[in-house]
Design a protein around this ligand. Structure first.
Ligand code: F6R
Length: 242
C-alpha cells in the first residue's frame, strides 16, 4: 500500500479532490465510489468549488456510495442520502438518476443489497473508490470479522462504531444498529482506491492496515491485496507508521 503524509487534514483532502477531479476530466463518464462521515467533507467542499469556479463537469459521472443506515428515512439529517445531497449532489451538475446509495426503504433488505451489487456490476464497476477508515479498521461498514469474499449485504454495526457515530445523534440510543454496506470483495473490485485518514484516533487502524497481517480483525488490511491503493494521511493518522 502506497501512503503519503500531508501537513494537515485540509491538504490531504485537497489531494484527494485533485485526484478525483483528474479522473473526472480524463474519463467524464467514470464511476466513482463515495464515502460519508466527517473525513471526506473537505473533499466534497473542494470538488464543489472546482465545479463552481473551474467548471469541473459532473454531467456524465455515475456514483455509488459505500453504505446507508437502516432505519432512517431519506430526509433524516443523518441519513447518508441526505448527507450526499447536502454536501455534494446539490452543489454540482450531477444527474440524480446516476447517483446510487443502498435502498433501505424496503421490506426486503437482503434483496435490496443484492440488487445494489447487480447495479454496480451493470454500471461496469467502480473506477475510483474513496474510503475513510473506522478506528477499528472498518471500511464501509465492514466491521472486524468481515471476510474478503463479502459482498453488499445487511450488517450489524460494531459497538465501537455506534459509540463513535453517536456524535452525530442526540444520544447513542438513536444511532441505527444496522446498515447495508458494500462488502470487502465489492470494494476490492474498484480499479483504484483512495483512503483518506486523519487524526490520532485512526493511527492504530492505519498502521495495522498497512503493516499488519491481512486479517478480518482489521478489514482495511485486505486493501494490501489490491494493486492500486493509496492512503492519504495527516501526521496524526500516520504517527504509528514510522
Ligand atoms: C462512511 C463509511 C465509514 C467511514 C468511517 C470513518 O461511508 O463507510 O467507513 O468512512 O466510519 O468515519 P469518519 O470519517 O466520520 O471518521
Amino acid at each position: 500500500i502506497q501512503w503519503t503524509v500531508y501537513p494537515n487534514h485540509r491538504a490531504a483532502s485537497h489531494v484527494a479532490a485533485e485526484i478525483i477531479a483528474a479522473t473526472l476530466s480524463e474519463t467524464p463518464a467514470c464511476v466513482l465510489g463515495l464515502a460519508t462521515g466527517s473525513t471526506p467533507l473537505d473533499v466534497y467542499t473542494e470538488l464543489a468549488r472546482k465545479h463552481r469556479e473551474e467548471g469541473l463537469d459532473f454531467g456524465r459521472v455515475t456514483t455509488f456510495n459505500l453504505d446507508e443506515y437502516i432505519g432512517l428515512t431519506p430526509d433524516h439529517p443523518q441519513s447518508y442520502v441526505h448527507y450526499m445531497n447536502k454536501h455534494l449532489f446539490s452543489l454540482v451538475n450531477i444527474s440524480r438518476d446516476r447517483t446510487h446509495l443502498p435502498n433501505v426503504q424496503t421490506d426486503n433488505l437482503d434483496e435490496s443489497a443484492k440488487q445494489y451489487e447487480r447495479l454496480l456490476k451493470a454500471a461496469g464497476g467502480v473506477d475510483l473508490q474513496l474510503l475513510g477508515i473506522g478506528a477499528n479498521g472498518h471500511i464501509g461498514f465492514n466491521e472486524p470479522g468481515a471476510g474478503p469474499e463479502s459482498v453488499t449485504r445487511v450488517v450489524d454495526l460494531a459497538p465501537k462504531t455506534i459509540q463513535s457515530n453517536s456524535r452525530f445523534f442526540e444520544s447513542e440510543a438513536e444511532v441505527p444498529r444496522r446498515a447495508i454496506t458494500m462488502g470487502i470483495a465489492t470494494i476490492l473490485r474498484a480499479r483504484e482506491i483512495l483512503l483518506l485518514a486523519t487524526g490520532s484516533s485512526k493511527a492504530d487502524a492505519v498502521a495495522e492496515a498497512i503493516k499488519g497481517p491481512v486479517t478480518s480483525d482489521n478489514p482495511a488490511s485486505f486493501l494490501q491485496t489490491h494493486a492500486n491503493v493509496r492512503f492519504l494521511l495527516d501526521p496524526d493518522a500516520a504517527a504509528r507508521l514510522t
